[in-house]
Ligand binder design. Structure first.
Ligand SMILES: NC(=O)c1ccc[n+]([C@@H]2O[C@H](COP(=O)([O-])OP(=O)(O)OC[C@H]3O[C@@H](n4cnc5c(N)ncnc54)[C@H](OP(=O)(O)O)[C@@H]3O)[C@@H](O)[C@H]2O)c1
Length: 269
């Protein structure tokens, strides 16, 4: 299984719509992991064509996800796509757009499901349902989880998830790591990929919106329960919190990769 993180540079423009998630290339989907890859690498791989598997994409009605869904359904019709969104009503223009993409592929195996990552009970229930469906062979084992959804808040007050975590950290990192860990045992034992989407915001000095660099505080609790922003600092601090959530995502990628290298087969606890 590979765990990969991707920076925005690798997801922009043509690359995002055509090559991001399912690239023909060299590394393949394998359980034995290579060395952690540098963040700026575009990771090329070639799933076994004709192979079946379930691919989860969070935030599937987002601007990068929609072309990725289009690409997945057009190039890999044997895969089953589980696409998570928050608002499945036709009042959401992005959901309507996603549905219009799906409609191009009447034979595709696609399930669009509601999932609010700002509520861990939702995430746990979603993971539990998926686990049951895979166990009952209603869905093929997981081939990939693409943790694409994100949020940021640049206006006061600081927002929190239902579980009381600062919202960017809660949604971008905690919820999607929670989802991934809960589903590790549901991957195909031979093949699999976890994709975390990061951003240049995690790297001090790179992002145009950066006012305060994404520096880890001595008290790590501040990452989930930050101090109130000083007047006038709200936008900069909001972007800093986004950057910190993406820093947590990147650090997690390396750590999870390191740990998964040591296991040949993952058993559910
Ligand atoms: N586009 C860029 O310039 C850029 C740059 C750097 C990194 N990235 C990264 O690339 C990824 C995709 O970015 P994007 O530009 O495509 O984002 P986007 O268009 O804003 O889409 C974000 C997706 O996340 C979903 N989402 C937000 N809050 C959620 C929650 N609480 N629970 C579940 N889903 C939630 C959104 O659903 P709703 O519509 O319901 O809110 C939407 O589907 C993100 O991880 C982002 O950090 C993007």
């Amino acid at each position: 299984m590979y765990v990969s993180g991707r920076s925005h540079q690798n997801l922009s423009g043509k690359l995002a719509s055509q090559n991001v998630l399912f690239c023909d290339g060299v590394s393949g989907l394998r359980l034995d992991l290579s060395e952690p890859l540098p963040l700026t690498n575009v990771i090329f791989y070639k799933p076994n064509l004709g192979k079946m598997g379930t691919v989860i994409i969070t935030g599937a009605n987002g601007s990068l996800a929609i072309p990725a869904v289009d690409y997945l359904l057009s190039r890999y019709p044997s895969y089953t796509a589980i696409l998570t969104i928050r608002d499945n009503s036709n009042k959401d223009a992005n959901t309507t757009r996603l549905q219009s993409i799906i409609a191009k592929y009447p034979n595709a195996q696609v399930s669009v499901r509601k999932l609010d990552l700002a509520r861990l009970s939702d995430v746990n229930a979603f993971a539990g349902t998926l686990h049951s469906e895979i166990a009952e062979k209603k869905l093929p084992p997981l081939a990939a989880i693409i943790c694409n959804a994100f949020t940021w808040d640049m206006t006061p007050p600081i927002k929190y998830t239902e579980d009381g975590f600062e919202r960017a950290m809660g949604v971008n990192h905690i919820a999607q790591l929670n989802l991934t860990l809960r589903l590790l045992g549901d991957f195909d034992p031979q093949h699999g990929r976890i994709v975390f989407l990061s951003s240049e915001s995690h790297w001090a000095g790179k992002a145009g919106f950066e006012v305060y660099p994404p520096t880890l505080p001595n008290d790590l609790n501040l990452l989930v329960k930050p101090n109130p922003d000083k007047a006038g600092e709200e936008a900069g601090r909001g972007f800093q919190r986004y950057g910190l959530s993406k820093l947590a995502v990147v650090m997690t990628m390396y750590e999870l990769n390191r740990r998964l290298k040591k296991v040949r087969r993952i058993h559910r606890p």
